[in-house]
Design a protein around this ligand. Structure first.
Ligand code: ATP
Length: 218
């Protein structure tokens, strides 16, 4: 689905990603964890074509949709209109299936998105990405600023999408515990480099990851 080989991205003279390698296979859920400024958003922005690589290659098979960091809804538009915008590229105007997948949005469909809670806005952002009928979803900071119960609900929806629809997911998270719990495999990015990679169990067991990201003394 996603095959990133030796990807280097620069902002002017600053190198944000140094020869990064990463894959996401069909139907796989993969975590990308790392601290602020590690280059996680740069990587997703490169996958979705917002950012250009300075070196290396990015190959994507199937349709990729991106849930951007910070719940970027259109605040003056209704929930339904926000969703519809997600489908414009493939001319999909049928929002019905999104309300079946995310039933919590149904009572909100005519509300202005800017008036919703953070969790509800994040739900709209996920729904909008799903309107593009993606085979792979890149989610940038699903949990940021949200209450644990709201996050649990979003995670349940992602699991269902993966199990029932075979949706592959690249989950970019500062919350490593959440990411390694949800995903089968993961990468740790620090200062633009992949410093660890493996199954979720291997990463969780690694003293480096446990100490730095899971709050467990190594
Ligand atoms: N538009 C830009 N121009 C210049 N430098 C940038 C730009 N965007 C990001 N950077 C720099 O590139 C590096 C990687 O940033 P990036 O936003 O990808 O990290 P991140 O891992 O997503 O961080 P966070 O978790 O804080 O969102 C940082 O040093 C950042 O300051």
């Amino acid at each position: 689905m996603i095959d990133v080989v030796d990807l280097t991205v620069r902002y002017g003279v600053a190198v944000a990603l140094h020869a990064v390698n990463l894959t996401v296979a069909e139907g796989e859920m993969v975590a990308l964890i790392g601290p602020n400024g590690a280059g996680k958003s740069t990587l997703v922005n490169t996958l979705s074509g917002i950012q250009r690589p300075a070196g290396g290659t990015v190959s994507i098979s199937g349709r990729l949709a991106h849930v951007p960091e910070g719940r970027q809804v259109f605040p003056d538009l209704t929930v339904d209109d926000n969703l519809r915008l997600g489908g414009w590229r493939i001319r999909n105007r049928d929002t019905g299936p999104i309300y079946e997948i995310l039933p919590g949005l149904t009572p909100l469909r005519r509300r202005r998105a800017g008036r919703l809670s953070g969790g509800e806005q994040q739900m709209v952002a996920v729904g909008r990405a799903l309107m593009a009928r993606p085979e792979v979803l890149a989610v940038d900071e699903l949990s940021l600023g949200l209450a644990p119960l709201v996050v649990a609900d979003l995670v349940r929806h992602l699991r269902e999408l993966n199990a029932d629809h075979g949706l592959a997911v690249l989950l970019i998270e500062q919350n490593a515990r959440l990411a390694l719990d949800l995903c089968s495999r993961g990468y740790v990015l620090e200062a633009g480099r992949v410093v660890a990679a493996g199954t979720a169990a291997e990463l969780a067991a690694s003293p480096r990851v446990a100490d730095a990201y899971l709050g467990v003394a190594g």
